[in-house]
Design a protein around this ligand. Structure first.
Ligand SMILES: NC(=O)c1ccc[n+]([C@@H]2O[C@H](COP(=O)([O-])OP(=O)(O)OC[C@H]3O[C@@H](n4cnc5c(N)ncnc54)[C@H](OP(=O)(O)O)[C@@H]3O)[C@@H](O)[C@H]2O)c1
Length: 325
């Protein structure tokens, strides 16, 4: 009897992972957990809100009346996102409830000033969502060290510095929530993105360490891990050379999650204060489970499949593009 129950649960588990576009916990929370409406009236500070995942997470939250601090470098884009947030909120948000700040996150010395501006404007900040970041396409051994340093400044040190400021504030007020848009490349290795993969893994190391310092301290930490998503990220994508961007774009035929779906799942994860949430088109969630829980099996499976198939899965494309230079 016990064996039958275990087998049935295992089969159900496998079926959910095969049909779901997110991990099992998030799959169940989306159906039975707290809706993002639980965040209504809270203040969420988002970096990189001018496009892509940050933009669509802002929309998903605005629909439920969540107050927003939208930050990035392109102020015109932020104003566009703000107007759409006000529209989508259907009157729940007034003009002052969406606060726009032009902020370059690599200017570390400005972080405290910007965070305090948001606190002064709203009287508080409840959630910091670190989303600003750039990706990379480059063969591992050709990457210039200057690229490693710049990518870490943006994807890691900017996140850590701003989060430390937020956490000191949360310590003072007795509660808070820090979230980071990491990536499935923060959970498993992604080929042709050595520095990017390293930067997202570093995020997990930093925040998993913090998590255990803050047990029972009313500080929540959420690592959001999207797989391939339809955004414009390939344009400013780092390469192997300092100052050289990929200047490419995703194609409609790519297999990627929409930024809208990703933004909504982010909002569900934030409302439920998950520790780590994965979201991606099939079959990457199933493969990620395999790679995390059965690493030897997965390694041999990928060896048999060959690098071309791994690259295709990583980029969500049918044809395998070789890396130039
Ligand atoms: N797209 C994917 O497939 C995917 C998958 C997994 C994880 N992610 C992660 O999702 C996050 C957002 O990426 P995305 O795909 O949405 O790309 P995106 O559309 O290019 O968005 C990147 C955002 O970061 C901001 N940003 C970049 N450099 C900045 C800086 N120095 N200071 C302030 N803001 C800066 C950009 O705003 P400005 O240019 O206006 O400053 C923009 O709002 C990144 O952390 C990325 O690693 C993306």
């Amino acid at each position: 009897m016990f064996c039958t129950i275990v087998i049935v649960i295992a089969i159900l588990y496998l079926i959910i992972l095969c049909i779901s576009d997110c991990d099992l916990e998030l799959f169940l929370l989306e159906k039975f957990g707290k809706s993002p409406s639980h965040l209504k009236g809270k203040v969420v500070f988002i970096t990189g809100a001018s496009s892509g995942i940050g933009e669509y997470t802002a929309y998903a939250l605005a629909r439920f009346g969540v107050k927003l601090v939208l930050t990035a470098r392109r102020i015109n884009e932020l104003e566009r996102v703000k107007q759409k947030c006000l529209e989508l909120s259907k009157g729940q948000l007034k003009n002052d409830d969406v606060y726009v700040l032009s902020m370059d996150v690599t200017d570390f010395s400005s972080h405290e000033n910007y965070f305090l501006q948001a606190v002064n404007h709203f009287g508080t900040v409840d959630i910091l969502l670190n989303n600003a970041g750039r990706s990379q396409r480059a063969a591992w051994e050709t990457i210039e060290l200057a690229v490693d340093k710049q990518l870490f400044d943006l994807n890691v040190f900017a996140v850590i510095n701003l989060s430390r400021i937020a956490i000191k504030y949360f310590n003072r007020v007795g509660k808070g929530h820090v979230a980071v848009v990491s990536s499935l490349a923060g959970v498993v290795g992604a080929p042709l993105s050595g520095t990017y993969t390293g930067s997202k893994h570093a995020i997990h190391g930093y925040f998993d360490s913090l998590r255990y310092e803050k047990l029972n301290k009313n500080l929540h930490i959420t690592l959001l891990c999207p797989g391939p998503t339809f955004t414009n990220f390939l344009k400013d994508c780092f390469t192997n050379k300092e100052g050289k961007t990929l200047n490419s774009s995703v194609r409609p035929t790519d297999r990627r999650m929409t930024a809208e779906r990703c933004g909504y799942l982010n909002a569900v994860a934030l409302a439920n204060q998950t520790r780590e949430s994965w979201m991606s088109v099939r079959p990457l969630i199933l493969l990620t489970y395999g790679m995390v829980y059965y690493p030897n099996f997965s390694y041999w499976l990928f060896k048999i499949l060959g690098p071309e198939r791994v690259f295709k899965l990583r980029d969500g494309r049918e044809e395998y593009e070789t890396h130039k230079d």
